[in-house]
Design a protein around this ligand. Structure first.
Ligand code: SF4
Length: 696
């Protein structure tokens, strides 16, 4: 059966105005169900689907502007070939035939010598399983290209969760509404987890207490009953001190500990080394605040933790997640559907990755893996026995590494290499597209098929194209199909249509008819998934002590690991910097939408009044934020949103819109997390100084 779009199904008269069901593709846990209104082939409105419970008919301000983004006058609608110097942003339109033939020839010549010299670079510009990880992966597997470790957001937390709970699994979203205590840990939910926040508000109206744990006094922190404004990267110390107090107060579920956990005696011993006084010193928060939080967590039922990825963007990120994810098993919070912890639900989704991505097409060839976090260094490496072949070609899609990867002056140097062949699939002329040899126009979510999992709820979603591909744009799948054909790849899997790929994504494990009919299909996840243990770990228990980590020669228990760049450890750079997302951007997406950019204003750094006064910085001053890696100019906002000793550089602006052509990633480092090879964006020391104002 071929899936019909709404446009196919309608009569010509009906076709003038139609509504099409879809899914939000962005890197956000909410994965909203969309309803797009199309008039005469043009998307005029994008709304939340009220039939989808967690979306509840509401979208964030960003995606509500999708028609503006899709029909934007600056959309790239034809293939572009570089005509000026690298990075000059000078391009000329060329035909698809010319672009594909040249790209296939250039990649083919490299592949004939050293296929691993070709690197795909992609992330969650779309979270779609079809446009993000199907035909593209088949193409690069068949080519024998280097593989990319897609680590830039969530691998440290994912590993921490997997070593503790057994996978990216946790509480079901809807039950937060019934919690009586919610710890919102490392998340500005109002900005980046809006639909959870609605449930937290419901719980609050029903008497729940909300506690926000975050180095920044975010919009969310302001609206909680309490804010614990700890130093960045010290979350594990706080969690261990909470355990200390749970033991001291005997607020433990001894039966749950005995039956459903592994390594309690060892964790108990570790936690007893963390009295609140010690943690208070490390975290920079009052002892009494830690004691009170422990009492509340130990004595309130049901108690829930909404953990988000902010906590794991520092050296000890995975261990912090291990420590926090252990807490519900100490108190037996998992016994109630509204108790436990939620970092990600993506592990519940039965994605058929072998079928979608076809790693068998590597046919036994070696697979060198490049970590996307260290792209800055790796683009500058020569051929060596340890590294393998120098990278000669990069194909970027669903990502904007020049803006989003850490240590961006190195990233720019890499993309500036005259001998690097760069192809970028994009909607807009981003910072990365400026460095391309070819820019290929990609479709947006409103123009292609896709299937989505979620990392915040437990419903699979289908995205139908609402409008035709704009101009000469093509879907990622079609571009890789076309390239495969040009390169003579004849395997039948390169002929799979997008509709076939949509069906392959979950195979028979999700009711595709239901997905096609209503746009979403719930997974059969129990309401209280670990009420009776049954964790998907090797032991079936919550693993405080991980034999798998011990086998790797690593600390088997959750630990506090100080930051690579610990606050207070440098005389030259005395301020810690974090770079949480600006509310109206999603990573670097939406920065070019004027209506959203106007709300955000301009690139800024939030600095506490004490730190500002010590540097003679006043509100609105032009400042230089700098360290040994680079210098970023922006404007100061003097505010108690920043805690003393910590500045907040909201991200992620496009470099070309910055005062001196940089963004916060000029300052962040390529150092990695304890597990998972993740980035340490929030583990960064800087100094700030006032610059003379520009002459009027
Ligand atoms: S970005 Fe998040 S909140 Fe906004 S529409 Fe997409 S999934 Fe929903």
């Amino acid at each position: 059966m071929t899936l019909a779009t709404a446009a196919d199904a309608a009569t010509p008269a009906e076709r003038r105005t139609i509504t099409v069901r879809g899914a939000c593709p962005h890197d956000c846990p909410d994965t909203c169900a969309l309803l797009t209104t199309v008039e005469d082939g043009r998307a005029v409105r994008v709304q939340g689907n009220p039939a989808h419970a967690s979306t509840g008919g509401v979208l964030c301000a960003k995606v509500s502007r999708y028609p503006e983004r899709t029909h934007h006058p600056e959309r790239i609608l034809t293939p572009l070939k570089r005509t000026g110097a690298k990075g000059s942003g000078q391009f000329a339109p060329v035909s698809w035939d010319e672009a594909l033939a040249d790209i296939a020839q250039r990649l083919g010549a490299i592949a004939a010598r050293a296929p691993q010299a070709i690197l795909p670079y992609s992330y969650a510009g779309t979270m779609g399983l079809v446009q993000g990880e199907s035909m593209d992966r088949r193409f690069f597997h068949r080519l024998g290209a280097s593989q990319l470790a897609r680590t830039i957001c969530a691998t440290a937390g994912g590993e921490g969760l997997t070593y503790t709970l057994g996978g990216k699994v946790g509480m079901k979203l809807e039950f937060f509404a019934q919690s009586k205590l919610i710890l919102i840990w490392g998340s500005n939910s109002i900005a980046s987890n809006l639909h959870f926040w609605r449930l937290a508000q419901q719980a609050k109206r029903d008497g729940a207490r909300l506690v926000c744990i975050d180095p920044r006094r975010s919009e969310t922190a302001e609206k909680c009953h309490e804010h614990i404004q700890l130093l960045p990267g010290t979350d594990a110390a706080l969690a261990l001190a909470l355990m200390h107090e749970l033991i001291a107060g005997d607020w433990l579920d001894h039966d749950y500990l005995a039956r459903h956990t592994h390594g309690w005696p060892q964790l108990r011993e570790r936690a007893l080394q963390w009295p609140p006084e010690r943690a208070a010193q490390v975290c920079g928060v009052p002892v009494a605040q830690i004691r009170q939080l422990a009492r509340e967590y130990g004595t309130t039922r049901p108690a829930a933790i909404r953990l988000n990825y902010g906590v794991q963007r520092a050296h000890g990120g995975a261990n912090a997640v291990r420590a926090i994810a252990s807490l519900p098993a100490l108190t037996g919070a998992w016994r109630h559907p509204a108790g436990g912890v939620l970092l990600s639900t993506s592990g519940y989704f039965p994605v058929q990755r072998q079928q979608l991505q076809r790693p068998d097409l590597m046919a036994g060839r070696p697979a060198r893996t490049i970590n996307m976090v260290t792209i800055g260094d790796d683009l500058l490496r020569d051929t060596s026995p340890e590294f393998g072949p120098k990278i000669e070609a990069v194909v970027v899609y669903n990502s904007n590494p020049v803006a989003v990867a850490p240590d961006s002056s190195k990233v720019v140097q890499g993309f500036a290499r005259e001998d690097l062949f760069t192809v970028v699939l994009e909607h807009f002329q981003t910072d990365t597209a400026d460095w391309a040899d070819y820019v290929l126009p990609a479709t947006t979510q409103l123009e292609h098929w896709d299937v989505h999992l979620s990392y915040g709820h437990t419903d699979a979603l289908l995205n139908r194209p609402a409008i035709a591909p704009q101009g000469g744009s093509r879907s990622n799948t079609q571009i890789f199909r076309d390239l495969a054909a040009r390169m003579g790849f004849t395997e039948p899997c390169f002929a799979d249509s997008d509709e076939q790929l949509c069906r392959q994504a979950f195979g028979d494990a999700v009711d595709f008819d239901l997905l096609a009919e209503q746009g979403f299909a719930p997974l059969p996840v129990p309401d209280a998934p670990f009420a009776e243990g049954g964790f998907p770990t090797p032991s079936g228990k919550c693993e405080f002590y991980s034999d798998r980590l011990a086998e790797r020669g690593l600390d088997p228990l959750p630990a506090y690991l100080p930051n690579h760049e610990a606050p207070g450890s440098s005389r030259l750079y005395p301020l810690a910097m974090i770079s949480p997302p600006a509310r109206n951007f999603l990573n670097s997406t939406f920065v070019n939408l004027k209506s959203l950019r106007d709300i955000e204003g301009r690139p800024l750094v939030e600095i506490h009044p004490q730190d500002a006064a010590a540097r003679a910085i006043a509100e609105g001053d032009l400042v230089r934020v700098f360290n040994g890696r680079g210098s970023h100019e922006c404007h100061a906002v003097v505010t108690e949103r920043a805690r003393p000793g910590v500045v907040n550089g909201l991200g992620i602006w496009w470099r070309k819109l910055g005062v001196n052509g940089t963004n916060v990633n000029e300052l962040t480092s390529q150092a990695l997390t304890d597990l998972g090879g993740g980035p340490t964006f929030y583990d960064c020391l800087v100094e700030v100084e006032r610059l003379p104002s520009a002459p009027l």
